[in-house]
Design a protein around this ligand. Structure first.
Ligand SMILES: N[C@@H](CCC(=O)N[C@@H](CS)C(=O)NCC(=O)O)C(=O)O
Length: 227
C-alpha cells in the first residue's frame, strides 16, 4: 500500500473532510501542517492552486478534497463511501458540488458577518443563501429518510458536510437569536447530531475549533472593513 501524507492547515474544513474519510477507512497516514500565510516552496510546487488539502501518495500529489476523497475510496474499497448504483453516485457528487459551490461560500460570508458583528447586506445576504441551502438539504434528508444523507450508509456526502455543520453549529451562538438557522430544519439538525457523534468525525475535530474559527473570521471581518 502506498505511503499517504495529508498536507493540512489545522482549521481547514476541506482538509477535515479528507481526515474523516481516512479515519473511516482506518488507513494509516501522516499529516503535515503548513502555514497558509507563509506557504513553503515545496508546497507551492505540489499544489497548483496553493490550497490544502493535498494528498501525497508516495510523493505523487493529488489536490481538491473531492478528488482526494474519491481516490481514497477507490484505493481502499472497504467500507465503500459511494453507492454502487451509477445514478446514486452521480447524486452524491452533485450534492458535494452543492456544498462546495453554495454552502461553503455562503457559510464563510455568514460566519464572517456573525464573528465581525457586520450588519446590512453583508449579513442578510449570506444568511438568506444559507437558509435556502439548508431548506434544500432538509427536503433531501426528509425524502431519503436518514440517518445519513443518502440513507442507511455513511458516505462521502456526509464526510463533506460534517466540517461545515460542526462550524455552523458553533457559529450560531455568535449572533442574535434570529441567526440560528438550524432550529427551523429538524432533519438537518438530526443529521448534524449524528455526524458529530460519529467517531471519525469526532476524531477529526481540530483543537478548540469553535473559538479559533470565530477569532479567524473576526480578523477577516476587521480586515474587510479596513478595506
Ligand atoms: N475546493 C478546494 C478548497 C480548498 C480550500 O479552499 N482550502 C483553503 C484552506 S481551508 C486554502 O488552502 N486556501 C488557500 C489560502 O488560504 O491561501 C477543496 O475542496 O479542496
Amino acid at each position: 500500500m502506498p505511503h499517504l501524507k495529508l498536507v493540512s492547515f489545522e482549521l481547514c474544513p476541506y482538509v477535515e473532510r479528507s481526515r474523516i474519510v481516512l479515519l473511516e477507512k482506518r488507513v494509516p497516514h501522516e499529516i503535515e501542517y503548513i502555514d497558509l500565510a507563509n506557504k513553503p516552496a515545496w508546497f507551492l510546487a505540489v499544489s497548483p492552486m496553493g490550497r490544502v488539502p493535498v494528498l501525497l501518495v508516495d510523493d505523487r500529489p493529488v489536490f481538491e478534497s473531492m478528488v482526494i476523497n474519491e481516490l481514497i475510496d477507490e484505493l481502499y474499497p472497504s467500507p465503500p463511501l459511494l453507492p454502487p448504483d451509477p445514478l446514486a453516485r452521480a447524486e452524491a457528487r452533485g450534492w458535494i458540488v452543492f456544498a462546495n459551490d453554495v454552502v461553503m461560500p455562503a457559510s464563510v460570508a455568514a460566519m464572517t458577518a456573525l464573528a465581525g458583528g457586520l450588519g446590512g447586506d453583508a449579513r442578510a445576504r449570506p444568511l438568506a443563501t444559507l437558509r435556502d441551502a439548508l431548506a434544500k438539504l432538509e427536503a433531501q434528508l426528509s425524502r431519503r429518510g436518514g440517518p445519513w444523507f443518502l440513507g442507511r450508509d455513511f458516505g462521502l456526502v456526509d464526510a463533506t458536510y460534517a466540517p461545515f455543520l460542526r462550524r455552523w453549529r458553533a457559529a450560531e451562538g455568535w449572533g442574535a437569536p434570529e441567526d440560528r438557522l438550524l432550529a427551523a430544519f429538524p432533519a438537518v439538525s438530526a443529521w448534524a447530531e449524528a455526524l458529530l457523534a460519529r467517531p471519525s468525525v469526532a476524531q477529526a475535530a481540530p483543537r478548540e475549533v469553535g473559538p479559533r474559527t470565530r477569532a479567524a473570521f473576526a480578523k477577516r471581518a476587521a480586515k474587510a472593513e479596513a478595506g
